[in-house]
Design a protein around this ligand. Structure first.
Ligand SMILES: [Zn+2]
Ligand SMILES: [Zn+2]
Length: 134
């Protein structure tokens, strides 16, 4: 699978070449903050599959919690692009909304539903995990 993508302002452009490890829809509180309130569709790839073609992503990592993830975003427009977690070494989790063609995403497992809000809806028939899927 080949995927091209980037941020809202266009400063960051990336390319992915490789098969996705997983398709996920994350309901965690952090995604809620960063999306403006909604759950976030994500696809996970081998880190080596992901290449930044232009621009330099900024990164953010909380220092007040253990096992903090690293979040990559555009420093100009603020679009969140990808995340790396110490729980999944060697993988990168990319936000589907930054794909040039988000329609390639197929509804994935609902994860971190422990933080789901009443106004979030989980589609019928998808696997549901209260936290991180094993
Ligand atoms: Zn941008
Ligand atoms: Zn999340």
């Amino acid at each position: 699978m080949k995927i091209s993508g980037g941020c809202y302002c266009g400063d960051i452009q990336y390319h992915i070449e490789g098969e996705p490890q997983a398709s996920l829809q994350c309901y965690c509180r952090e995604c809620c903050y960063l999306s403006g309130g909604n759950s976030v569709p994500l696809m996970r790839f081998d880190r080596d599959s992901f290449t930044v073609l232009s621009g330099t992503m900024k990164s953010f990592q909380r220092t007040d919690i253990d096992h903090a993830v690293t979040r990559y975003f555009c420093g100009n427009c603020g679009t969140g692009i990808a995340t790396e977690t110490p729980k999944r070494p060697g993988a990168i989790i990319v936000k589907v909304g930054t794909f040039d063609d988000p329609t390639i995403y197929k509804q994935g497992a609902a994860i971190f539903t422990c933080d789901k809000q009443d106004y979030h809806h989980i589609p019928d028939g998808v696997p549901v995990f209260s936290g991180r899927p094993s």
